[in-house]
Ligand binder design. Structure first.
Ligand code: GDP
Ligand code: ZN
Length: 327
């Protein structure tokens, strides 16, 4: 029997929530609680060298079996049993994936969210003070995954001396990142944030306390509370990945936010590729005296170091690069 022609007649939906062994699929405004067919696990076990994987590792069938083949955000074909339950038969090709290392002795990639469009990195203007190196870490992660990134500065009403913030904002804008200045208290910047989230699957990243839930609540009453409830439930150790969820925005689009996401860092980054994920360094890669072997640290004739000295790359961003390089 040909699996592909067999499933054409079935319904298509998006996985919006995952709890242990159950996948909630939304299709035409309905939610169906699905299991996955044993056959699906086998089908997905074989393609090991995935071109989207940052560090493709050849793994045995047994090892890959430990990782869930279906992620939140996946478009799936499923059989609807019409009693609120169903069976997922096929996962459609992913346009992006946010992964992390699955727990265990062997490094296994675990896809947390599929088909993400963008990463919204949230920093407070004050209380807590912005951590620009951490922001760069998020941006590098987004770049390495081929995702759009946008920078959201929250709590603008608490900003005192604005010089440092404005210098950073100007630089990030020059690099091509949208930067939104917002305040959940004043309502500043919310319209623009809404328009950038509309129609997309976005993940919010940023440390606890920077104002993510307040922003979400200001956009849509109750949304921040819902997201927080999940975040708290998922921050308890081993249950971290058994419950993931994305939330619909009334104006169109989806928000994902979990502690697992927040801590996402460039775990799969190849040291050699790092400069490619800094837009201001990318055009210089390969132009140093040592060509592609240059690590842009102490090498003579380094084009990146020259650009830092000339002021066209900010020293602060270059420090982030060096820190990430050590990590
Ligand atoms: P989260 O942990 O990132 O979700 O942060 P919260 O949204 O819970 O906010 C953390 C704290 O900052 C709370 O005490 C909020 O009341 C406060 N806060 C959030 N947004 C704003 C804002 O725009 N202005 C001010 N002044 N305080 C804010
Ligand atoms: Zn160099």
């Amino acid at each position: 029997m040909n699996v592909n022609t067999d499933v054409r007649s079935h319904e298509q939906g998006v996985v919006i929530k995952k709890t242990k062994g159950h996948y909630f699929v939304e299709s035409g405004g309905r939610q169906v609680m699905c299991e996955i067919s044993p056959r699906l696990r086998k089908v997905l076990v074989y393609p090991t060298a995935d071109p989207h994987s940052l560090r493709p590792v050849v793994q045995s069938v047994r090892e890959i079996e430990a990782v869930d083949p279906v992620a939140v955000g996946d478009q799936v074909r499923f059989i609807d049993e019409h009693d609120g339950r169903g069976l997922i038969l096929e996962v459609l090709p992913r346009r992006s994936r946010l992964s992390r290392l699955a727990a265990g002795p062997r490094p296994l990639e675990q896809v947390m969210v599929a088909n993400l469009d963008q990463v919204a990195a949230v920093m407070a203007a004050a209380q807590p003070e912005p951590k620009w190196n951490l922001l760069d870490r998020y941006l590098v992660s987004a770049e390495s995954l081929g995702l759009q990134a946008l920078i959201v500065i929250a709590k603008l009403d608490l900003l005192g001396d604005s010089r440092e913030l404005l210098a950073e904002v100007t630089n990030y804008r020059r690099l091509g990142y949208p930067v939104l200045l917002t305040s959940a208290v004043d309502g500043i910047g919310l319209e623009r944030l809404r328009s950038l989230l509309q129609g997309r699957i976005s993940v919010l990243v940023g440390k606890s306390g920077v104002g993510k839930s307040s922003l979400l609540n200001a956009l849509q009453p109750g949304l921040g509370l819902k997201v927080n409830a999940v975040s708290q439930a998922t921050s308890k150790g081993r249950h971290t990945t058994t419950h993931l969820e994305m939330f619909p925005l009334d104006f169109g689009g989806w928000i994902v936010d979990t502690p697992g996401m927040r801590e996402f860092g460039p775990w799969a980054l190849d040291g050699e590729d790092l400069a490619l994920y800094f837009p201001e360094m990318r055009p210089l890669v390969g132009t140093c005296k040592f060509g592609l072997d240059c690590r842009h640290a102490h090498e003579p004739g380094c084009a990146v170091v020259k650009a830092v000295e000339a002021g066209s790359i900010s020293e602060r961003r270059y420090e982030s690069y060096l820190k990430l390089r050590e990590a």
